[in-house]
Design a protein around this ligand. Structure first.
Ligand SMILES: [Zn+2]
Length: 241
């Protein structure tokens, strides 16, 4: 629970009003961030503030109500508090702001901005637009994405996970069932691919990486009907196989 609170408050900031809503320990209402992170688990006891206390509970008669500091953190906190106006009923309710992409806090929440702030970005791959675009069948895109990452449960992977079973390809029985074999070294799958690809692409390559690389280099910026049809056919074949 505490972890969740810490995670959330990193992207929120509170502007103190009457102090009735904001948490003294967990909300980020000053430059120090959530005070529980700054003063530590013993901080609230030293400050004689309950963990669940609101900011209003740390003030009295328009003044901050703090005991004598017994640690460097508590002293630093009291110095910081001396620069902040205590809560007051005249200022209305506490207001929560959300961090935006420039690092400042605004009163508009954007799930996109927060997602961009919390996610780990991997290097962009050259084939992303072949897998993810507007027109395809979502399930086909998903399976194609797994195939590009070699994450489908092919027999070679199942055997590495300890599952018994014949390693041969169920489509041709002529090779080990790997991603490379299925897309499209396999006699069966290559025949299907060639059947479709030969009508618009003479001598099409027979491995998925080369196919996607070719489409990326030649057609990714040319979103014509035929180009999109090639993408859709490729994804459908990967999905069905
Ligand atoms: Zn095969």
């Amino acid at each position: 629970m505490l972890q969740l609170k810490h995670c959330v408050v990193d992207f929120m900031s509170c502007v103190i009003g009457n102090g009735d809503d904001a948490s003294f320990c967990y909300d980020s209402w000053k430059d120090l961030g959530p005070l529980i992170s700054f003063v530590g688990d013993n901080g609230p006891r030293q400050l004689q503030i309950h963990l669940d206390a609101h900011i209003v509970h740390a003030s009295q008669n328009g003044m901050w109500r703090m005991p004598a500091a017994r640690s460097e953190e508590a002293q630093a906190l009291q110095i910081a508090l001396s620069t902040i106006t205590p809560p007051s009923v005249d200022r209305g309710r506490d207001q929560y702001l959300w961090r935006n992409d420039s690092g400042t806090y605004v009163n508009v929440f954007s799930s996109k901005v927060i997602w961009e702030l919390i996610r780990s970005c991997s290097p962009q791959v050259s084939w992303d637009k072949i897998v993810w675009f507007k027109e395809p069948v979502p399930s086909h895109s998903f399976i194609t994405w797994l195939a590009m990452l070699s994450r489908l449960p092919t027999k070679d992977r199942l055997r590495r996970w300890g599952l018994n079973g014949a390693p041969e390809c169920v489509l041709c029985s002529g090779g080990l069932e790997t991603h490379m074999h299925l897309f499209f070294e396999c006699q069966f799958s290559s025949a299907i691919w060639n059947c479709f690809a030969s009508s618009f692409w003479p001598n099409a390559p027979l491995d998925l990486v080369s196919i996607v690389a070719w489409i990326s280099q030649n057609q990714v910026n040319h979103r014509s009907g035929p180009a999109i049809i090639i993408w859709i056919i490729l994804q459908a074949l990967v999905y069905i196989l």
